[in-house]
Design a protein around this ligand. Structure first.
Ligand code: 1HA
Length: 270
């Protein structure tokens, strides 16, 4: 596909094709492990994709065909987090997880090879996951001295069930693409050479659909699980819809024209 670069980065590739933004981790020599800079760049790209009205769906992936992402780069892990050039320890991937969940456009994980540790959690928080036959999934936290007790635990358990989620974390085993499909962890498994084609095809189907309906659905799926913050997100979309109505505009217009609002002509639905 003729992906057009959207912005140059050091550790990711951010590109565009026909309504789709692709954010790809570009550290294949480390199986696409992320540093604070990788995450900062992904986070900026995700925000640009959110703001860009041409973009309706986002693909998250990794370069090289051998790995989606192997989690935090252990070679820059220091006292209290992953350390970048500013010498500050960070766990900024947690903010990126929230962004993926909150962006009102579907995010699809396109997984070839390893999706491990914090890299596994990144695919978990995506709306959909499409895996190549060479994909391998797993958590390593208790083996390498880490854990993600946020979405990495609770949302994973919502997807695969409590028993399986506890198995994944307590044993740190790795699971192949078919096993992932069987436990509902991915939506589809395809040969590696069909991965991008299939993902772009799924994006095309999504892009034909009503953007507002997709937006409402994503926030509705989140609302059930995210408590007050989830309801806030769903309610924000209700406000958006209300602002589109003449009834809401009457309130604003009356204020601006320094008169009493007249809501009498708007229906009081049963
Ligand atoms: O848990 C969290 C967080 C929790 C809360 C809040 C924030 C969090 C942020 C991050 C994380 C984590 O991600 S913890 C989990 C970190 N990741 C891992 O434990 C996975 C480490 N990697 C592996 O276990 C294996 O590399 C592998 C199973 C994915 C693949 O094995 P394979 O095919 O034998 O390849 P391998 O030779 O190990 O890897 C190729 C190269 O990539 C190696 O470098 P080389 O020896 O060639 O110089 C390897 O060291 C490097 N590499 C792979 N993964 C990482 C890595 N280097 C640094 N960090 C990595 N994660």
């Amino acid at each position: 596909y003729p992906w057009q670069p959207l912005k140059e980065y050091q550790e990711i590739i951010f590109s565009y094709y026909k309504g789709i933004a692709k954010i790809s981790i570009n550290r294949p020599q480390k199986h696409n492990a992320f540093t604070p800079l990788t995450v900062q760049e992904m986070s900026e790209a995700m925000e640009l994709a959110r703001q860009n009205p041409e973009i309706g769906v986002i693909i998250l992936t990794g370069e090289g065909g051998q790995a989606f992402c192997s989690g935090g780069d252990q070679s820059v892990r220091g006292h209290g987090g992953y350390i970048g050039e500013d010498t500050v320890p960070r766990l900024n991937v947690l903010d990126l997880q929230m962004q993926i969940r909150r962006i009102p456009k579907p995010v699809i994980a396109m997984v070839a090879g390893w999706a491990i540790g914090g890299g596994h959690v990144l695919h978990v928080v995506c709306d959909l996951s499409i895996a190549a036959e060479n994909a391998r999934f797993g958590q390593t936290g208790p083996k390498v001295g880490s854990f993600d007790g946020g979405f990495g635990a609770s949302y994973l358990a919502r997807i695969v069930g409590q028993k399986k989620a506890r198995e994944i974390w307590f044993l740190c085993d790795q699971y192949n693409a078919q096993e992932a499909l069987d436990m509902g962890l991915v939506n589809k498994v395809v040969p590696l050479d069909k991965l991008e084609e299939t993902t772009v095809e799924w994006c095309g189907k999504i892009l034909e659909k009503s953007p507002l309906a997709l937006r409402m659905l994503k926030s509705a799926f989140n609302a059930e699980l995210d408590g007050q913050a989830g309801i806030q997100e769903l309610a924000g979309n209700a406000t958006l819809l209300y602002y589109l109505s003449d009834e809401a505009k009457e309130g604003k217009n009356a204020f601006m024209e320094k008169r009493q609002p007249d809501f009498s002509k708007y229906p009081k639905f049963p």
